[in-house]
Design a protein around this ligand. Structure first.
Ligand SMILES: [Zn+2]
Length: 176
């Protein structure tokens, strides 16, 4: 039996006993429940551990890029940095200026490495921060307008059937 978990469970049970009256059976049951719950939690925690990468690739965030070992494009964009897939340099964001040194535009770069064109070539944290502050400044209004227009367009293209269902059948009360 896991001693630490058991101690934790006992502590929790003690807290329970102090606030309500429990029979011996209640206590036994509660202890079992708490212990099992703790055990499950710990198992879940253990299972959550990062799976070792195949091919012995180091998880070190400051891994030196080896040109003979191309990295997965999707992995090049990390929470706090983005790696240029052309030269392996790390940035907060990959600028068009930098890509020019590889004779690429951001568009060409994304196409070359299979990124969606709307993919921001910046650290995820930075992208998130940007979209948050941009919203505050109301910048994506045009974008929102565009999306709204698209939505309306889709709706107007939708089959008429849905509208007919919404229409109420004429009432037969005789009242005009
Ligand atoms: Zn580069």
């Amino acid at each position: 039996m896991d001693k630490k978990l058991l101690e934790l469970a006992v502590d929790l049970l003690k807290a329970q006993v102090s606030v309500r009256t429990m029979s011996c059976e209640d206590m036994e049951l509660a202890l079992l429940r708490v212990y099992n719950a703790l055990h499950r939690m710990r198992r879940a925690e253990d299972d959550d551990k990062p799976v070792p990468l195949p091919g012995g690739i180091s998880e070190s965030p400051f891994i030196q890029m080896d040109s003979s070992q191309p990295i997965d494009p999707q992995r090049s964009i990390q929470e706090d940095r983005v790696t240029c897939l052309e030269c392996g340099a790390e940035f907060r964001q990959i600028t068009a200026n930098h890509l020019r040194t590889h004779q690429l535009t951001p568009k060409e770069y994304k196409r070359k490495w299979g990124f969606p064109l709307k993919q921001a070539l910046a650290a995820k944290a930075l992208t998130k921060l940007r979209s948050r502050s941009a919203k505050k400044r109301g910048l994506p209004v045009k974008l929102q307008q565009y999306l709204e227009d698209q939505r309306k367009k889709k709706e107007s293209e939708a089959p008429e059937a849905s509208k007919n269902i919404a229409k109420r059948s004429p009432q037969r009360t005789g009242v005009v």
